[in-house]
Ligand binder design. Structure first.
Ligand SMILES: Cc1ncc(COP(=O)(O)O)c(C=O)c1O
Length: 415
C-alpha cells in the first residue's frame, strides 16, 4: 500500500469490512508509513518530559538526546522538586491507589483539598476531579445534556467534547466566529431546554484564544450557558496563570470551567469547576466519576503542590512568555504561517501533507522532536507541524530549532 495516498480517516469506515479486516488493512498502511520513516508516533522516551529528552530511535533502536518541542508540560512542573516530593509523600502515606470509587470509599482528604484549591484557582465555588481530562469533559457533558437539550460547539473543540455530546443535539459554529454563534443562539433560543455553548479557552492545534468575554455575553443574552475547556490555558494565560476567564477579566462569570491536570500542571487528570449544586449533580450522574476509582494519591499530592508552585513561582510563566515572544517574532520574520497563534502552541501551517511528513522526518534526524498533524485532526488543506514551548527551553534550544526550520523551510519552499 502507498500510505501517501491515504489519511487516518480512510480506515475508520471501510464498507463491508468487519473490525478485524479493517485492522488488517490499517496495519498495511501503518507499515508503509514506517517504511518511509514518516512514523513520528509513540517515540519512546527514556527520561520523561523536559526541554530535552532521551528517546529511543524508532528505526535504529538506539537512544539519543532530542530537543523536545512537543510537550504540553508548559511550566516544566512534571520534574519540579516540590511536585515530586509531594507526590512521594502522598504515595507513602496513602499507598499506590485510592482503593475505591470516590462515592464509595475512595475519597481521600487530599482529593478534597485539591478540589477546593482548583475551585479557588478558577474563581468558582466548587470543583470535581476526574482521573483524565478526556474523561472529565466527556463524562460531564454526557451527564448534563440529553435529547431535549443542545450543545453549540466551536468547530475546533477537542474530541472529548464532541464525544461527550453524543447523547444530545449538536450544532457547530465557525471557529471563533461570533456572528455564526449568534445565529445559532437566536435560532435555537426557544427550541431546547438546556442550551450549552462549549469552547476551548486556548485551541490545541492552533494556539489561538477564544473571545470568551463576548461569547459569555452573547450566550447569556440568549438564555444559554457556557462551558470553557481550559486544558491549554491553565498556568499559561491570565496575569496569574488562572486561564482564559482571568485573561478577559470575567472570572466567576463562566458557568462551567473545565480543564486538565496533564498540561500546565504537569501530571494527569481533569476537573470541572462550577457552582456547588452542579458539582454535586455531577458526582451522582457522571458515570466516569461514579463508576471509576478515584485519582491515585501520588497524583493528587503532586497536583495540590503544583497549584501552589504556580502561585509561588510566577517567574516560570514569565520565562515561558519570553520564549513564546522570542520564538514567534523569529518565525514571523522568517515568513512562516502561524495562523492566529497567540500562546505556547505554534502551528506551522504548510498545507501539503508530503512536505509536513518530510520536514518532520528531517527534523527528527536533526534531533528535534515535533509532531506532524494531518486531516482529520485538522482540515484537509491545513496540515501542519505542531510545536509547543516550555518555560525551561533555553535560547540555545530555540535558536537550534529556528536555524533548522529556516534551512528546511527554504529547501521545501514554504518560506
Ligand atoms: C483541549 C483539550 N481538552 C482535553 C484534553 C484531554 O486531556 P487529557 O490529555 O488530560 O486527558 C486535551 C488533551 O489532549 C486537550 O487538548
Amino acid at each position: 500500500m502507498d500510505s501517501t495516498k491515504y489519511s487516518l480517516k480512510d480506515f475508520y469506515d471501510i464498507p463491508g469490512k468487519d473490525i478485524m479486516e479493517k485492522a488488517a488493512v490499517f496495519s498495511e498502511y501503518s507499515e508503509d508509513v514506517k517504511r518511509r520513516h514518516h512514523y513520528q508516533y509513540r517515540r519512546v522516551s527514556l527520561t520523561g518530559s523536559g526541554p530535552t529528552m532521551e528517546v529511543i530511535d524508532t528505526y535504529t533502536g538506539k537512544a539519543r538526546e532530542m530537543i523536545y518541542m512537543a510537550s504540553n508540560d508548559y511550566l516544566n512542573l512534571t520534574k519540579h522538586p516540590r511536585v515530586i516530593e509531594a507526590g512521594k509523600r502522598a504515595l507513602e502515606k496513602y499507598g499506590a491507589g485510592a482503593g475505591s470509587v470516590p462515592l464509595l470509599g475512595g475519597t481521600l482528604d487530599i482529593h478534597c483539598e485539591l478540589e477546593k484549591a482548583v475551585a479557588e484557582f478558577k474563581g468558582c465555588k466548587d470543583a470535581i476531579i476526574y482521573t483524565s481530562g478526556f474523561g472529565s469533559n466527556c463524562n460531564t457533558l454526557l451527564a448534563m445534556l440529553g435529547k431535549s437539550d443542545i450543545a453549540i460547539l466551536d468547530q475546533y473543540v477537542h474530541a472529548s467534547i464532541v464525544d461527550g455530546c453524543s447523547r444530545t443535539n449538536v450544532r457547530f459554529f465557525r471557529h471563533n466566529n461570533l456572528e455564526a454563534l449568534e445565529k445559532l443562539l437566536v435560532k435555537f433560543e426557544n427550541e431546547y431546554v438546556t442550551k450549552l455553548v462549549v469552547v476551548d479557552g486556548v485551541y490545541s492545534m492552533d494556539g489561538d484564544i477564544a473571545p470568551l468575554d463576548r461569547i459569555v455575553e452573547l450566550a447569556h443574552s440568549h438564555g444559554a450557558y457556557v462551558m470553557v475547556d481550559e486544558a491549554h490555558a491553565t498556568g499559561v494565560i491570565g496575569e496569574n496563570g488562572r486561564g482564559t476567564p482571568e485573561h478577559f477579566h470575567i472570572e466567576g462569570k463562566v458557568d462551567i470551567v473545565a480543564g486538565t491536570f496533564s498540561k500546565g500542571l504537569g501530571a494527569v487528570g481533569g476537573f470541572i469547576a462550577a457552582n456547588p449544586e452542579l458539582i454535586e449533580y455531577l458526582r451522582f450522574y457522571s458515570r466516569g466519576y461514579m463508576f471509576s476509582t478515584a485519582m491515585t494519591p501520588q497524583v493528587a499530592g503532586s497536583l495540590r503542590e503544583g497549584l501552589k508552585v504556580i502561585v509561588d513561582e510566577p517567574e516560570r510563566r514569565k520565562r515561558l512568555w519570553d520564549n513564546i515572544n522570542y520564538f514567534r517574532n523569529n518565525l514571523k520574520t522568517l515568513g512562516f504561517n502561524l495562523g492566529n497563534s497567540q500562546t505556547a502552541i505554534f502551528p506551522l501551517i504548510i498545507g501539503d501533507d508530503m512536505k509536513v511528513k518530510e520536514i518532520c522526518r528531517r527534523l527528527d534526524e536533526m534531533d528535534i522532536y515535533v509532531n506532524p498533524v494531518f486531516y482529520p485532526a485538522v482540515s484537509r488543506n491545513l496540515a501542519r507541524i505542531r510545536i509547543s514551548l516550555m518555560s525551561e527551553h533555553t535560547r540555545e534550544h530555540l535558536d537550534k530549532v529556528l536555524n533548522a526550520l529556516e534551512y528546511l523551510g527554504k529547501e521545501y519552499d514554504i518560506i
